[in-house]
Design a protein around this ligand. Structure first.
Ligand code: 13P
Length: 256
């Protein structure tokens, strides 16, 4: 099965609206000739609307970095799926390790956000991944299984087929230490086999699994040439037009 390559930039807490507009204006020009890949940028919430204005009629889609599970009400500080949809957001990152680490995200809250995103037609990018201690103790697969089973709890196969999973080993995020292509492939294959066990082969073959963790122009081709790696979730290197563009171009060539 050919799964379409999907490269997303997670800007995290970076760029004012003005900086974001300038950046995506440049990016749009750089990437206008590229096809055969889904390209997504995920700016901070304050810049989503302005970025969407620039991206209209382009080949770059808009993603948010989080979503709350209730639609509306007395939930100070939260942003819901209907509000994101309203301004043209199509994707949403859910359960990023930084949210798990610093903001108390659990598999249960991931599951609630995931259900809300799907209900409102947003495509969730669900993040999973082990930390260094877990890897060193040989618990990587156990952690991935717990996060996948907990996060996807109660979803039907046709819903799971709509989601993107991002395998992001915590020890490779922002550290410059990338998982080797072999380590990443092994984890992706584990997740895909798990999906086959939880649902069925078709579903497992349909779901796109991105790798994230110090993806750079220098390592993107090798990672994207692995059979179970269908794209990248890029942090630091997505903040510069030159490196993000290069990652996309290298990945397209490698994935062919
Ligand atoms: P870096 O690419 O900066 O390591 O971040 C990866 C990440 O967390 C993407 O969500």
């Amino acid at each position: 099965m050919m799964r379409k390559l999907i490269i997303a930039g997670n800007w995290k807490l970076n760029k004012t609206s003005r900086e974001a507009i300038e950046f995506v204006t440049l990016l749009k020009r750089e990437l206008c000739d590229i096809s055969g890949v889904d390209i997504i940028v995920c700016p901070p919430a304050t810049a989503l609307s302005d970025v969407q204005d620039v991206l209209t009629d382009s080949n770059i889609a808009l993603g948010a970095q989080n979503v709350y599970w209730e639609d509306e009400g007395a939930f100070t500080g939260e942003v819901s799926a209907p509000l994101l949809k309203d301004i043209g957001v199509q994707y949403v990152i859910i359960g990023h390790s930084e949210r798990r680490q610093y903001f108390g995200e659990t598999d249960e809250t991931v599951n609630k956000r995931l259900a809300a995103a799907l209900k409102h037609g947003l495509t969730p990018i669900v993040c999973v991944g082990e930390n260094l201690t877990e890897r060193e103790k040989g618990r990587t697969f156990e952690v991935l299984e717990k996060q996948c089973r907990g996060g996807l709890d109660g979803l039907e196969a046709d819903e799971v087929e709509k989601i993107i999973i991002a395998y992001e080993p915590v020890w490779a995020i922002g550290t410059g230490k990338t998982a080797t292509a072999q380590q990443a492939q092994e984890a992706h294959k584990f997740i895909r086999d798990l999906l086959a066990e939880m649902y069925n082969d078709d579903t497992a073959q349909t779901v796109r699994i991105q790798y994230g963790g110090s993806v750079k122009p220098e390592n993107s081709a090798q990672l994207m040439s692995q059979p179970d790696i269908d794209g990248a979730l890029v942090g630091g290197a997505s903040l510069k037009a030159e490196t993000f563009t290069e990652i996309i171009k290298n990945s397209c060539t490698a994935a062919q």
